[in-house]
Design a protein around this ligand. Structure first.
Ligand code: URP
Ligand code: ZN
Ligand code: ZN
Length: 460
């Protein structure tokens, strides 16, 4: 099977040029002007952007949180991803039964994804307790299973202590792997949650007030110090929501520390006032860290422009408003944390970022595709348009106007936080390893087509 994409504006590796791409058996074989070949399919991309497929480095498909399960599984979630221009995900494995080892969750997740995912997928390991046997087990996860990054949490039930975080940082550095961290100060959060519940302050806004910016920035600063103690261990801070955290990150980066930052569309487009929406609508935005004051948004955009934020991922963790989120109607602490976004990341960032002049198209490609692929060991198979790379390609029509709505999206959840936002520019074609999986917002791929991505660590 071969395909020729003609006359598109190709953007990759900091370059933008008019050209054609010839693809055979899922791999990019030739890139150039006026490629004169016949092919099984010829796609005319005149007037459109031809970009490396999106890599979403932070999703939670099918995650089990206590007695509740995220609405998107590896089929519905990756269908939505494909329609929104994402061709690979790296999913954060959820916590397993108390005391389980690392391979336990890996087995569970392979079962969730195999035969279901429609785009390619990898997993971040999750470290829910730290002891000698877990530390020793990390090596085989990295070397044999292709898990070159792990997440630790500084809050929630399976949080790790500073000593445990340090042990993880040291071990992962030794293996050339990346420590990703959920940074929030558990003590601060518990203090305010308990206080607010005692005082009957249970509306959604108290979710945000119980997790002030300082509770995030303190934890960010602490992790930067611990990574330093660990000998400049690679540190990737997930879902950074505010400038107070970025101040620590920027300072560390100026000192050439190996510190990387991810933010998410919700922190660029939504804000704290939404928790006060009428009829409990504020429950839709309960996630951690919470939405912040609007003034953070321009600062986060600036951090993207200045290369201080490397990745924009989604933290897609969808629960229905009806039934699921409404568990928090009398008490915000009962509302499951997380929101949808796997399908809207690329459309939002393209329209509101590129088309509105906040970032240029090269930066857009870098933060949604190339950087996550590089940081997490997928490059150059993914994250670029280059000879020998997988033909994971999206075509965006900058003239296409779309109003985001629950009805036009494929996410298996009963709302989108971006309802009614008018976009200019939208993905019109998504290709994974040479196969078109979505065209004009219609899924045309195949259940189970997605392949597991065994990821490289920096020293393997
Ligand atoms: O509220 C969130 N972010 N839910 C997903 C789990 C996590 O902390 O990333
Ligand atoms: Zn998190
Ligand atoms: Zn998450």
């Amino acid at each position: 099977m071969d395909t020729l994409i003609k006359n598109g504006t190709i953007v990759t590796e900091g370059k933008e040029f008019l050209g054609d791409i010839y693809i055979r058996d899922g791999i990019i074989v030739e890139i150039g002007e006026n490629i004169d070949k016949t092919a099984d399919e010829i796609i005319d991309a005149r007037g459109k952007f031809v970009l490396p497929g999106g890599v979403d480095a932070h999703t939670h498909l099918n995650i089990h949180m206590g007695d509740i399960v995220a609405k998107d599984d590896f089929y519905t979630g990756t269908v939505a991803a494909a329609c929104g221009g994402t061709t690979s995900i790296i999913d954060h494995m959820g916590f397993g039964p108390k005391g389980c080892n690392l391979h336990h969750q890996l087995k569970v997740y392979h079962k969730y994804a195999a035969g279901n995912a429609v785009i390619d997928y990898g997993f971040h390991g999750v470290i829910q307790q730290v002891d000698d046997s877990i530390i020793n087990e990390i090596e085989s996860m990295v070397r044999d299973e292709g898990i070159s990054s792990f997440k630790i949490y500084l809050t929630y039930d399976n949080k790790v202590s500073d000593e445990e975080a340090l042990k993880v940082l040291i071990k992962l550095k030794e293996l050339g792997a990346v420590t990703t961290v959920h940074c929030e100060n558990d003590g601060v959060i518990n203090y305010f949650r308990n206080l607010f519940v005692r005082e009957g302050k249970t509306d959604p806004i108290y979710h945000a007030l119980s997790r002030p910016e300082e509770s995030e920035s303190e934890a960010v600063n602490r992790m930067i110090s611990l990574a330093d103690v660990a000998g400049d261990a690679p540190l990737y801070i997930v879902h950074v929501s505010c400038e107070k955290s970025m101040e620590h990150i920027v300072k560390a980066q100026r000192q050439d520390k190996n510190v990387m930052a991810e933010t998410c569309p919700q922190y660029l487009f939504l804000d704290e006032t939404m928790y006060r929406e009428k009829n409990l609508q504020g429950l839709k935005y309960i996630m951690s860290p919470p939405l912040r004051k609007k003034e953070n948004q321009d600062l986060l955009w600036k951090d993207i422009s200045n290369n201080n934020i490397q990745v924009v991922a989604t933290d897609h963790c969808p629960f229905d408003f009806k039934g699921d989120k409404q568990r928090g109607k009398d008490d915000f602490t009962k509302c499951p944390n997380g929101g949808p976004g796997i399908e809207t990341r690329i459309p939002l960032l393209f329209s509101e970022g590129v088309m509105k002049g906040r970032i240029d198209i090269k930066k857009f490609v870098t933060i949604v595709s190339t950087n996550p692929a590089k940081i997490f060991g997928l490059y150059p198979k993914k994250g670029t348009i280059g000879v020998g790379s997988d033909a994971d390609i999206i075509i965006i029509d900058p003239e296409k106007e779309v109003t985001l709505s629950k009805a036009m999206l494929h996410e298996n959840v009963d709302y989108t936080p971006y309802e009614g936002i008018k976009l200019k520019g939208y993905p019109v074609l998504t290709m994974v390893r040479g196969k078109v999986v979505a065209r004009d917002n219609v899924f045309v791929g195949e259940k189970g087509y997605g392949e597991y991505l065994s990821r490289k660590s920096n020293i393997l």
